[in-house]
Design a protein around this ligand. Sequence first.
Ligand code: FCB
Length: 457
Amino acid sequence: MNGQQRMASGFPEGFLWGTATAAYQIEGAHTEDGKGESIWDRFTHTPGTIERGETGDVAADHYHRWQDDLDLMSRLNLNAYRFSVAWPRILPDGYGRVNEAGLDFYSRLVDGMLARGIEPFLTLYHWDLPQALQDRGGWANRDTAKAFADLAATAARRLGDRVSHWITLNEPGVASVLGHVTGEHAPGAHEPGLILPVSHHLLVSHGMATQAIRAESPRPMSVGITLNTGVVEPASDREDDVVAARLFEGVWQSMFLEALYRKAYPDEILTVLQMIGGSADVILPGDMELIATPTDFLGVNYYTRMIIRAGAGSTPLPEIVTPGGPLTEMGWEVYPQGLRDLLIRVSATYKPGVMYVTENGAAYPDMLNERGEVADPDRLRYLERHFLAAREAIQAGVPLKGYFVWSFMDNFEWAKGYRPRFGVVYTDFPTQRRIVKESGRFLAEIAATNGAALGEE
Ligand code: FCB
């Protein structure tokens, strides 16, 4: 590629093009080599929790197929990969005793990436809390944050010589609300009063882990967090809808941004969280400073726009309205301009030095055709439009340095099991064969040309 093409692409030199995955969604090997039980192992084995009773016991069998998977990533010209470690694979009891075989797996995986010129982005927590910690209260218990700092230190000691980019938590807002209020995710609680302690302890754990990584690493590290971010809009300009949207947005995303970048929870959100049963006693002196420990980047996961209205009832809870526009298989609206707007707004408001899109992608019902290929024009177009939106954000001055498509391959999509396919690579689960989809070939071309192959909107 010549210099002119590089300039013309609109993406800065050295831009990272990758895909993202999470341990529980792809690894399988749920009891192998000394791995402990996670809350997702327990939850998926509880009847009635997951569509069709599916589990991540085998998932995409990545634990045994990682070399082929990395080979495929390099054939797709990808120069970065965001993956997560399974906490109970490294610390089966949650803290203390280290399972060397678990750490060895990630060490080999990291070496494999570096050998192929793929930059590792390691997420420490993508929702698979050790069950041993859940038995002592999970994220409602402050000790879980200390245990997380132990995980961070253990991983940084062993991998910090080779892993330069660390993501502490994935989407703490989702872990808090879907895990503890709607019960759709592990551990499956239905207690709104848990939002405050759980969200707060997750943020405290982020601060502690950030400091632990820096203390243990032999060289300067780039440390950040990944938040669930979307565009949230009220269904109408009626006051109750406007308030509902503001509360939803606050609990879902801005309480995290405000705590991380401004050392405070918004008053209105704190009041509501207390009204629904949360105690502010969990916020100890010094916590807000700890949470706001400076980081090097912010990761945003963007999928859609959410339209919110006030629910019925005496204490109306916000409700998500299904929009009329084109929807993906998740029922999520395709709304690319939201990515541009969100990147611009978050960058202007909180000024993170560097930003990454750490997840973006779409589920569609893919099928293998008679030629053994997967045509997925809807996903291809979804990605193309979101890449264009990211390019516009960069042109508007957003310091975006990389883009990770969710996901590398079809995998276990939490409560929805294997039905939603998000991969740019098709996973044929009965044989575990990987087949590159058309969107995968498109991504490979974008990565090879650093975006120069993108057209205009
Ligand atoms: C995000 C999760 C990821 C995946 C996508 C579709 O909320 O971080 O694991 O499930 O949604």
